[in-house]
Write a protein that binds this ligand. Structure first.
Ligand SMILES: C[S@@+](CC[C@H](N)C(=O)[O-])C[C@H]1O[C@@H](n2cnc3c(N)ncnc32)[C@H](O)[C@@H]1O
Length: 351
């Protein structure tokens, strides 16, 4: 668990009139139901800035926790289209991060309300970490180092940085506080492991392994859709019979699996290692379109998951999809996401 440490931004100190959520609600500025838990320190407004925001997984989670996201930045237009459709109230900006720290900090500060709690989040990409040589490793880490310099320069009240699991060694060597998070421990139907560095929050898992949410829990409509495909001999139920679940009626040799590597018929080691039975949380989603397959010694593709189903496996129900974005881009945007319930737990865990 992260050792929380509170820092104070210089320009946030002093006797200032801190806006309270109730005042803002009274102004009719925000809909009350959007802000479930917004207050620390007796009603202080919490604002977040989401850098490398992609389609908005982190923004969505923070918003669910009642944090007001005042700015989200990415250099990828398509991802920002997704972000805007799902979070039209959040200001977005499209430009390349990684330039002047002073200018970036000034731009961010211009969006913050004086006296509010400031949380800075970033998901800087980090390439080729696991098998890169030292030189390539440096280049792959450029944006991570840049983000950490920005944190040091801005000294926010709290901050978080999400990244791939192999970054933990580098963080450890550089004394950056971090925790390894398995999204399944936060109610996500996916065993996605990511590293979250940061200060000023504590994470409280909501689920233990025994109660992890499975694929079929998250996508219960698959029961009705699949049961006759899997077992064609099965008689349609009468209205008086209880609903059969796919897991209870599938023969023990036949498994319905979700493959997160887009494998269709392959039974290679790689294909099998990215398969999960639907009564468990799925393996880590990537840019590949997940496939629903029937595995019984050999594998048969049943169908691909839809983008909305894929987003649900990231813990984001009700995800909206803009028109005109290429399929490959959509799955990359969703596969890249911070699982919103994890960001929500950080937002709720601010201290
Ligand atoms: C891991 S994804 C972020 C996912 C996002 N946090 C979410 O929860 O949906 C990394 C993002 O960084 C963006 N990116 C990469 N290099 C960038 C740069 N120099 N400036 C701005 N954005 C950049 C990519 O377009 C991508 O959307």
């Amino acid at each position: 668990m992260l050792q929380a440490k509170r820092t104070n931004m210089g320009n946030n100190s002093g006797a200032v009139q801190v806006p309270l959520m109730d005042d803002l609600w009274a102004d009719g500025k925000w809909e009350k139901q959007k802000f479930i838990q917004t207050t620390i320190e007796g009603g202080r407004l919490i604002q977040a800035v989401d850098l490398f925001c992609g389609g908005g997984g982190a923004t969505h989670g923070f918003t669910q926790a009642g944090v007001q996201v005042v700015l989200a930045v990415d250099s990828w237009n398509e991802a920002l289209e997704v972000h805007k459709l799902n979070h039209p109230d959040v200001e977005t900006a499209c430009f390349e991060l990684g330039g002047s720290i002073i200018e970036t900090a000034a731009f961010i500060r211009s969006k913050l309300t004086h006296g509010a709690h400031f949380h800075l989040h970033g998901s800087p990409p980090c390439q080729n970490l696991s098998n890169a040589g030292k030189k390539d490793r440096g280049e792959g880490l450029r944006l991570v180092e840049w983000f950490l310099k920005l944190v040091e320069y801005m000294n926010p009240d709290s901050w978080s940085m999400e990244n791939v699991h192999p970054l933990r060694r580098w963080l450890d060597e550089n004394d950056v506080p971090f925790v390894i998070v398995n999204a399944a421990d936060y109610g996500v139907p996916q065993t996605r492991k990511r590293v979250f560095a940061g200060e000023g929050w504590l994470l409280e898992p909501s689920h233990v392994k025994e109660d992890w949410v499975s694929i079929i829990d998250a996508l219960p409509h698959l029961n009705g859709e699949l049961i006759e495909i899997v077992n064609p001999k099965i008689r349609k139920r009468t209205v008086h019979e209880p609903i059969r679940t796919i897991t209870s009626k599938t023969s023990s040799q036949t498994k319905i699996k979700i493959n997160t590597n887009g494998c269709t018929e392959s039974m290679s080691k790689r294909a099998r290692s990215t398969d999960t039975s639907i009564d468990k949380p799925c393996k880590t989603l990537t840019r590949q379109i997940p496939t629903l397959r029937k595995v019984n010694g050999e594998a048969t593709k049943l169908r691909a998951l839809t983008i909305e189903e894929t987003a649900t496996l990231q813990g984001w129900e009700g995800f909206k999809v803009p028109e005109g974005i290429k399929k490959g881009d959509l799955w990359m945007i969703v596969g890249n996401m911070v699982s919103p319930p994890v960001a929500e737990a950080i937002g709720r865990g601010l201290i």
